[in-house]
Write a protein that binds this ligand. Structure first.
Ligand code: ACO
Length: 440
């Protein structure tokens, strides 16, 4: 099989959001800290009617309806998430409800977990399955997303919620470049979830940022080696039409694109284009993660390229917040929505990061027109239909989730009247912890 990639894509996000400018006032931080300092606009969140099962049911169900997917045409379904509500049963098994009723129980794959990286691991598994001797000719669906919530404090505005579902198969309009990948993984405690009685992670923000940059440095250069081997020419950002990043918050994406240019400089220190970085010729990369002088120089050097190559990927991450496993793929969808058929023939370099840590860089190209995909997703109209709620309500809903976490024998109390029509929602959890769903 050739040209393995994405035939269809869909995102599900909750119908309510809180505005970051409202949160700044509510939290009593300086004006601009979340909107300019973090670069975020709005944040999606869930009350107690939605969980990772309902979000994923919605993403997959809507993908199948919009793209007319025959349930029997799917041979692999994988979920990447870190929103764990059961220590054993995978989200994937819940999604089997959508297929078993049509007679298809022959679908391989389960969940993949590592912070924000599970979605990428699931995607790579699906691509490699189709390339392998185990492939049976059917398509795959990859689900990537999370409900990202933090306890009150500086990390709370970097939450979010959303799930992306992708239909993967051969002869696709959006194809992954075979053989090109740079991987970096190591054992660190930058963000992790050892508290089974809480949804919240433990996070060392500064450490997570330095880990993210170190992962970029390594993945970018390792990807470059595979590129040079495959195409026999030097790799740099000149070969990249668009750059797509896992986006915890937009400011980190701006800095990360600069970080890629910094690696181009390290690989070609005498290129006159990088004259403003002269002072960094002999500084170790690991000593520059929080060097604001270097950051400023890189921001200046990448200003135009950021606007052209990165900004078109950022809509959903600014509107939904960090969707953890869904973040990179919500960026992919934002790019498709923004550029549509202009993307034909273009290369998109992608960087995916999950704390703990697991990261990789890889790339895809758009080979055929995609305006039919963009039309079906109808992204901007759907975003416009969301309801903005006050930070007080947002805070109440997160407190409600805290009391409901791990609880059994209850009926959620949140209203379902604001939900997008037809959406799955949690209707009850019984004594034995078995969850039931209904549709709005
Ligand atoms: N106007 C404009 N900018 C402002 C303002 C203002 N009023 N106030 C602050 N800023 C800027 C700061 O200068 C800073 O900019 P810089 O990053 O260029 O230095 C930025 O806003 C953030 O301010 P900080 O004081 O650094 O923020 P704080 O330390 O309170 O929290 C953090 C930020 C660490 C990112 C926190 O939100 C967090 O821990 N988030 C979760 C961890 C995370 O997302 N890590 C990323 C990778 S791992 C993952 O994906 C989960």
């Amino acid at each position: 099989p050739e040209n393995i990639g994405i035939h269809g894509i869909e995102v599900y996000f909750p119908s309510t959001y809180v505005a970051q400018e409202d949160l700044e006032k509510f939290d009593g931080v300086s004006q601009g800290k979340y909107t300019l300092g973090l670069g975020q606009t709005n944040m999606a969140f869930c009350g107690d009617r939605e969980d990772i099962y309902s979000l994923s049911l919605n993403a997959v169900n809507n993908l199948m309806e919009k793209f007319n997917v025959d349930p029997n045409s799917i041979g692999r379904l994988e979920v990447g998430t870190e929103t764990v509500i059961d220590k054993s049963k995978s989200v994937k098994t819940v999604l089997m409800d959508l297929f078993a009723k049509h007679g298809n129980t022959s679908i391989d794959g389960v969940d993949t977990i590592n912070a924000c990286y599970g979605g990428t691991s699931a995607l790579h598994n699906a691509l490699q399955w189709i390339e392998s001797s185990y492939w049976d000719g059917r398509n795959a669906i990859v689900v990537a997303g999370d409900i990202a919530v933090y306890e009150k404090g500086p990390a709370r505005p970097t939450g979010g919620a959303g799930v992306v579902a992708m239909l993967i198969g051969p002869n696709a309009p959006i194809t992954f470049e075979t053989g090109l990948r740079g991987v970096h993984m190591e054992n660190v405690y930058d963000f992790y979830k050892p508290d089974m009685d809480s949804e919240y992670p433990r996070v060392d923000g500064k450490l997570s940022i330095s880990c993210y940059f170190r992962a970029i440095d390594n993945c970018y250069n390792r990807y470059a080696k595979t590129f040079e081997k495959k195409y026999g020419k030097t790799f740099s950002l000149d070969q990249v039409d668009y750059a797509l990043f896992h986006s915890p918050y937009n400011k980190l994406v701006q800095k990360s694109f600069g970080r890629m240019l910094y690696n181009d400089f390290l690989n070609n220190k005498n290129d006159p284009r990088y004259a403003s970085l002269e002072a960094y010729k002999n500084v170790k990369p690991e000593d520059t993660y929080f060097d604001s002088t270097l950051e400023k120089a890189l921001t200046a050097l990448t200003k135009n390229d950021y606007a052209n190559k990165v900004a078109p990927t950022t809509l959903l991450a600014k509107q939904l917040g960090n969707t953890y496993c869904g973040s990179t793929y919500s960026g992919l969808l934002s790019l498709l929505d923004d550029k549509s058929n202009e993307l034909v023939g273009k290369r998109v370099l992608t960087f995916s990061y999950g704390s703990g840590l697991a990261a990789s860089a890889f790339s895809f190209k758009v080979e055929k027109p995609i305006d039919n995909i963009v039309e079906k997703v109808d992204l901007k109209n759907r975003l416009a239909k969301r309801v903005r709620v006050e930070p007080e309500i947002f805070t109440e809903k997160l407190s409600l989730r805290e009391t409901r976490h791990n609880l059994k024998n209850y009926v959620p109390s949140d209203s379902t009247s604001n939900m997008f029509p037809g959406s799955f929602y949690l209707s009850s959890v019984d004594n034995a912890g078995i969850r039931k769903y209904d549709r709005a």
